[in-house]
Design a protein around this ligand. Structure first.
Ligand code: ATP
Length: 568
């Protein structure tokens, strides 16, 4: 029975994954199972009978025989680490040998190093939790505080160790963390009283595998007044943004189409037809015509009817931008290009108009040095911001306009001939109002209803004399002048009719030459002839008023008075 048991025990040892070695009191190995032999790397037969020190030099098994005490630790055999357990074997009160059981520790080592890593991450997370978040509290499902940041404790006037383990309402009566931990419903942006201050907080439920396990609360703003200031700032910024967006849209969008151009006279119909053709091609368009004839209106309409209508339309008034700013306005600049340059730089008008149309209004007023630069861009179709050496390709359609006599300017060296040729590809000349038969009344009606609509007034009409005067007058300021006269008249007229007395004084003066009862077209004809004569003389004398007065045979002050009267 006993031997039967021993055989079974030996079989069990043979099968064991752990290594077993037994030594006698002479330190010689008397038993070694296959697992131990495998760990050591020698056959069982080669181990039996050998001194343990020759088999495993650092086994420390002989110490167990000497001390008679069991111990356990880690043992390195070659590169591998083993967990060892050593025990003395006693017989009749004497130590007759020792047994060591060793088990592969590599798996344990992996687990241990993972645990080490986890502990390290936990420490980092703890300090992040402390530092990154100002006031954070975590409670369990019953509302007991399990974690709370030091700064929150300072805010609540409590020690961290006194807070942990307490019910949240014990340290903060207005707390609702226990409720969120029960309902599972987040509360975000709630205002609560903390130590007499209105703070803004958020409370979020914590779940593990779908089950509610507690809640986390965070102070978003210690004092809602901070938030109000912030909101005000944000509001201001939003408003500014909206304003600039609107400005940009307004500025980058066409405002008129051909349908907004009023005119049925032959001269005007021909001009519109030509401009409509210009809209269909990509060529540069040069709009010419006296001031106030509608050149800008045509530029918008041409862009609106072109394939680029959904791209920017950027207008540059070449005469209105100071010469020293013109370059940066047109070409843009890089950050740091000059003192006062905006952070991040600024795109120029050409860049803003990319893929769309640039309208170079008053091109005749462009200073000579800039004419050369603009010409280069029109030729090369690429742009370089001020302070940059990066060229940007441009896809731009150019419409230019001027009321000035470019040919004369070229003769006087004020306008570059090469730029003139570049611009003078598709020229549309808009006739002055006095050459558009019938258009004055048509435009007057249109402008009357437009202004009345804008001002919310009931319909007013032009009386017979005003109509007559409007048709006789030469309108040197063209549609703009007519527009101003009608706007003024609408504002001063009483009743349903606009009369001569409602017109600007210089127009009334023309009318003043008539008799008291009825309009005398002859008087108006005379006035018109006088106006034309003055205009012609002024033109011939290049605007020199002393010479003009001389040639007309009138005194200079008289000339000034008449010029003012005729709006010259
Ligand atoms: N045919 C028209 N129909 C309706 N409104 C017109 C017409 N022509 C001009 N206007 C209006 O007259 C005003 C002057 O027109 P615009 O500014 O286009 O003239 P311009 O030739 O560009 O003048 P300037 O040479 O002084 O810049 C604008 O308010 C415009 O809307």
């Amino acid at each position: 029975m006993k031997s039967h048991q021993i055989i079974k025990l030996d079989q069990a040892f043979q099968a064991l994954k752990a290594g077993i070695i037994v030594i006698d009191d002479q330190d010689a190995v008397c038993y070694c199972n296959p697992a131990a032999a495998n760990f050591i790397g020698i056959d069982v037969e080669g181990i039996i009978g050998k001194k343990i020190i020759d088999v495993i030099p650092n086994s420390k098994l002989n110490n167990v025989i000497l001390s008679g005490d069991a111990n356990s630790d880690q043992l390195l055999i070659g590169e591998r680490m083993f967990i060892t357990n050593r025990s003395p074997i006693n017989q009749d009160g004497e130590t007759v040998g020792a047994v060591v059981v060793f088990q592969d520790g590599s798996e344990l080592q992996t687990v241990l190093s993972r645990l080490d890593n986890t502990l390290n991450s936990l420490t980092s997370l703890e300090s992040i939790f402390e530092q990154a978040y100002d006031g954070v509290m975590v409670v369990d499902s019953k509302g007991i505080i399990t974690r709370i940041t030091k700064s929150y404790c300072r805010f609540l006037n409590i020690e961290q160790e006194d807070a942990i383990g307490r019910l949240c309402t014990d340290i903060l009566p207005s707390s609702r963390m226990h409720i969120v931990a029960q309902t599972g419903l987040a509360e975000i942006g709630e205002v609560m009283d903390i130590n007499g201050k209105e703070a803004m907080v958020m409370r979020l439920p914590l779940r593990e595998e779908g089950k509610l396990i507690g809640a986390v609360g965070k102070v978003m703003f210690r004092d809602v007044r901070e938030l109000r200031t912030l909101a005000e700032k944000l509001d201001l910024l939003e408003n500014k943004l909206k304003f600039y967006e609107k400005e940009l849209k307004h500025y980058q969008k066409f405002r008129y189409t051909f349908s907004n151009i009023i005119g049925k006279s032959q001269a005007m119909l021909r001009t519109i037809a030509l401009a409509e053709r210009a809209a269909l091609v990509k060529s540069t368009v040069l709009l010419r015509g006296e001031s106030g004839t509608g050149k800008e209106l045509f530029a918008h309409a041409i862009h609106a009817a072109s394939t680029r209508h959904d791209q920017p339309f950027v207008r540059v008034n070449c005469g209105a931008i100071p010469a020293e700013l013109l370059e940066s306005e047109l070409f843009g600049y890089e950050e740091g290009a000059f003192t006062g340059a905006k952070k991040g730089g600024k795109p120029g008008k050409f860049e803003l108009a990319n893929r769309g149309t640039i309208f170079l209004d008053e091109i005749g007023d462009l200073p000579l040095p800039m004419q050369a630069k603009v010409l280069r861009i029109l030729q090369e179709k690429e742009i370089e911001r001020v302070g940059s050496n990066r060229l940007q390709q441009l896809d731009i359609r150019v419409i230019a306009a001027t009321h000035r006599d470019l040919e004369k300017m070229i003769g006087e060296g004020e306008f570059r001939r090469d730029l003139y040729y570049r611009l003078n590809v598709f020229t549309v000349t808009i006739p002055p109002l006095r050459e558009r038969e019938g258009d004055v009344l048509l435009l007057s009606e249109h402008l009357l209803s437009k202004f009345q609509h804008e001002l919310g007034l009931s319909l007013r009409k032009l009386d017979r004399w005003v109509m007559e005067l409007f048709q006789l007058y030469a309108w040197p300021g063209n549609v703009r002048e007519l527009q101003n006269a009608i706007e003024r008249a609408i504002n001063v007229a009483e009743g349903g009719m606009i009369q001569l007395k409602d017109l600007p004084l210089y127009l009334q003066d023309l009318e003043g030459r008539r008799g008291n009862t009825s309009l005398q077209p002859l008087a108006l004809e005379l006035a018109e002839a006088e106006r034309k004569a003055i205009l012609k003389a002024l033109k011939t004398m290049d605007g020199n008023k002393v010479k003009t007065a001389e040639i007309l045979g009138i005194h200079r002050t008289n000339l000034y008075r008449k010029m003012e009267k005729y709006g010259l």
